[in-house]
Write a protein that binds this ligand. Structure first.
Ligand SMILES: C[S@@+](CC[C@H](N)C(=O)[O-])C[C@H]1O[C@@H](n2cnc3c(N)ncnc32)[C@H](O)[C@@H]1O
Length: 304
């Protein structure tokens, strides 16, 4: 048990004893590394999103399966050094439109990973330190997030700026439903709109000064076309927060980024400039040259 664990985190640790013992160490490590801000936000999320013990227990079970599945895929990736061939349509059918998989495993797993995986939470800290302050300074009134998934980034933005309004776009009805519940559980529903939309297929008539897109690029066959879509969604003078996962084998990762430079080159090719960026590996490689999962987060501006 953590010496200072809040009630929701203490409950999480107790519940993990039966279905995800291995994950308790990640909770302790994150608490020690990220401190009171992490604990306050994680506790609020657990309290609001998981209203009952049954829901929390299900989320923990989903997280355990999500982590085991990722580790199994990563082991295979370490041998083959490529992701299994899969089209975007196949990944979408297997994951984004798969009701049971999204509800039981993918969305709860992803949401807990944002707090329990070091490189994921470092990405959130970078978002809070390098993107949200710009929105505050500039008095930005409206943002869009593309590929909302769990909705955590939209919720953090709405939480930081009390007058901010947002629109969340995603192709998955399950992600939209989960995000709506997440944002709504914090009381931000009236400032947030959700829309099922694929920006690769239909553009938006509206542009936004702030656009967020977290961990979608590696899910696509043609990330540059998608980056062009993100640029079109952003007003000149606006900013984007965009991230991508590297060397991380997941069920729906189909575009393999090996190095941050590859992503930066695509951003430039799509007509955007990297204002600053943050890269983190998930852990140190056990052996030299063994690929480890990483995340690159960038603050971008569209070029004229
Ligand atoms: C790994 S999740 C993204 C993580 C999410 N931003 C979060 O913070 O939890 C990937 C999401 O991208 C969505 N997605 C995939 N392709 C998309 C597309 N072309 N347009 C919009 N959303 C897409 C999926 O449905 C899924 O919800």
């Amino acid at each position: 048990m953590l010496p200072t664990a809040s009630a929701p985190i203490a409950k999480l640790l107790t519940m993990m004893e039966s279905s995800a013992r291995f994950a308790r160490e990640s909770v302790r490590r994150a608490a020690a590394e990220f401190g009171p801000a992490w604990e306050a936000d994680f506790s609020a999320m657990l309290r609001n999103v998981y209203g009952s013990d049954v829901e929390l227990q299900d989320a923990i079970k989903g997280y355990a399966v999500f982590v085991m599945d990722s580790m199994r895929r990563q082991k295979r990736f370490e041998q083959e050094l490529s992701y299994p061939a899969k089209t975007y349509a196949e990944a979408a059918a297997e994951v984004y439109y798969n009701d049971d998989y999204m509800r039981r495993q993918y969305l709860p797993g992803l949401l807990l990973s944002h707090y329990l995986w070091t490189h994921h939470y470092q990405q959130i800290e970078y978002f809070k330190g390098f993107f949200l302050p710009w929105l505050l300074r500039e008095g930005v009134e409206e943002f869009a997030e593309v590929g909302v998934g769990t909705g955590i980034y939209s919720r953090l933005a709405l939480q930081t700026l009390p007058a901010l309004r947002g629109t969340g776009l995603d192709i998955s009805p399950l992600s939209l439903e989960f995000t709506g519940a997440h944002v709504g559980s914090f009381g931000f529903g009236p400032r947030y709109t959700l829309r099922q939309q694929n920006i690769l297929e239909e553009g938006s008539s509206q542009q936004y000064r702030a656009v967020i897109c977290v961990e979608v690029l590696e899910h696509l066959e043609d990330p540059v076309a998608f980056l062009v879509g993100l640029k079109k969604l952003t007003t000149l003078g606006g900013r984007l927060f965009v991230t991508a996962a590297l060397n991380a084998a997941h069920a729906d990762h189909i575009y393999l980024y090996r190095k941050p430079e590859e992503i930066i080159a695509q951003v430039e090719a799509a007509g955007m400039h990297v204002e600053n960026s943050f890269f983190a590996n998930a852990y140190a490689p056990a052996k030299r040259d063994l690929p480890v999962p990483g995340a690159l987060a960038m603050v971008l501006t569209p070029k004229a």
